[in-house]
Ligand binder design. Structure first.
Ligand code: LLP
Length: 409
């Protein structure tokens, strides 16, 4: 939804310079239209029986969650807090799934009492805990096992989850045994199967290899008299952070997976990044420039506490000035004010020489941007703004210094 109006970069129909003036910087900005388009890209190829559960860890701002709930999304959650947020904005509980290797008793009880669709169970000890709590509160727990298919998703190791040796899921060789155990539990209903092999995956072939392994388990379970209602294919579809990356569309992914499973089952997809990433931006101001040992630095008011991805994963986010200018381009490191050399937004970027007080836009920051931000260096959390056509709305107030001390003695 980025476009130039004369020399001004805009999101939908709003100039970024106007947003900077009205809301200050640094600020997360989202395009409502882009969120809706991205969600519809999944929905249009799925049937009414299938559910697109937005992975709300990618962006859990209340207004964003409400926007998605209102257009029919379900939610993939990973903590009691996420379930709480989702219920607060009226997600239909029967469209909420809950994964995570460390669900506490309190979280399990909360999820049961609120009648979520399904637990994606990650270990046999967790199965025992769910069975016990379900018995105590007298609510049957519907479960899927999260199966680890041992497929390397060819992504950053921190976000590769379906590989051998990671903490996630039940190893696929043990899957049938796990279901046979679950079948005997009094307070558990075997309901589905789940697999999520990782994030920012650009090769559909890898999803297919995992799907074939899951399909084999589904067939083996049927032979053992265990029928499943839902196949949850997880999330993980990558997006184009750079111009030379090519991301498959949700349609391409889903049609390939339908070839593996057939269309008749009920499907769940759990996209996070492919719904939120390119719908969000981080707007930052140049505070100072400096030349240090022949290196040009732009020091902005956005730091690694605001956007962790470059520091944590070496992730690339495009950085663009918000005014079209013809100044000569120089190799530049765009950094934040935090006291670590790892505090950078982009390194060795060819950027036009900018003046103090000018702005840059960091793209594809809508997923795992604000959601992963922190107050490190006692920097209050940022404002978040939603653009809808010509309108803007503040959907999270910029925190103040006083807020830093809110819960401290
Ligand atoms: N389902 C499960 C069970 C997950 O663990 C995740 C993400 C998703 C779905 C959504 O995956 P997506 O469609 O967004 O790839 N902070 C990292 C990404 C962590 C992903 C964690 N799990 C980053 O900034 O790249």
């Amino acid at each position: 939804m980025l476009n130039f109006k004369n020399k001004d970069l805009c999101i939908e129909q709003v100039k970024l310079s106007d947003i900077a003036r009205e809301y200050g910087t640094s600020t997360y900005i989202y395009s409502k239209k882009q969120f809706i388009n991205n969600f519809e890209n999944y929905k249009k190829v799925l049937g009414a029986k299938d559910i697109v559960c937005f992975a709300c860890k990618a962006n859990s701002n209340r207004t964003i969650l409400k926007l998605l709930a209102d257009i029919g999304a379900g939610a993939d959650t990973t903590s009691g807090g996420e379930i709480y947020r989702c219920l607060k904005v009226n997600f239909n509980p029967s469209k909420i799934v809950y994964a995570g290797v460390g669900k506490t008793s309190e979280e399990i009880e909360y999820a049961l009492k609120n009648k979520i669709l399904m637990f994606n169970v990650e270990s046999l000890e967790e199965l025992d805990a769910i069975d016990k709590i379900a018995g105590r509160v007298k609510i049957k727990a519907k479960i899927a096992f999260r199966i680890n298919p041992h497929v390397d998703p060819d992504t950053h190791s921190y976000i590769a989850t379906g590989k051998k040796g990671t903490k996630f899921g039940i190893p696929y060789e043990d899957a049938v045994m796990a279901y046979l155990i679950a079948k005997k539990k009094k307070n558990v209903v075997v309901f589905g199967i789940h697999s999520h092999i990782g994030s920012q995956i650009l090769d559909i072939g890898l999803f297919k290899i995992a799907a074939k392994k899951i399909k084999k388990i589904v067939d083996d379970l049927e032979k053992n008299g265990i029928g499943l209602e839902y196949i949850n294919c997880g999330g993980g579809l990558g997006i184009e952070y750079t111009k030379d990356q090519k991301a498959p569309s949700p349609e391409q992914l889903i049609s390939e997976l339908f070839l593996v499973f057939g269309k008749d089952k009920k499907f769940i997809f759990e996209p996070g990044r492919s719904i939120a990433a390119n719908a969000g931006y981080l707007l930052a101001k140049v505070i100072y420039r400096k030349l240090s040992d022949k290196k040009n630095f732009l020091i902005t008011d956005a730091g690694m506490n605001d956007l962790m991805r470059p520091t944590l994963y070496g992730a690339y986010h495009e950085i663009i000035p918000i005014k079209k200018i013809n100044a000569k381009k120089v190799k530049t490191d765009v950094v934040g004010p935090i006291c670590e050399s790892g505090d950078f937004i982009g390194r060795d970027r060819m950027l036009p020489v900018l003046a103090q007080g000018e702005y840059v836009l960091i793209t594809c920051a809508g997923a795992y941007g604000a959601a992963m931000s922190s107050e490190y260096n006692s920097r209050p959390l940022l404002a978040e703004v939603l653009v809808d056509g010509r309108k803007t709305a503040l959907i999270r107030k910029r925190a103040k210094w006083e807020d830093l001390l809110l819960n401290e003695e």
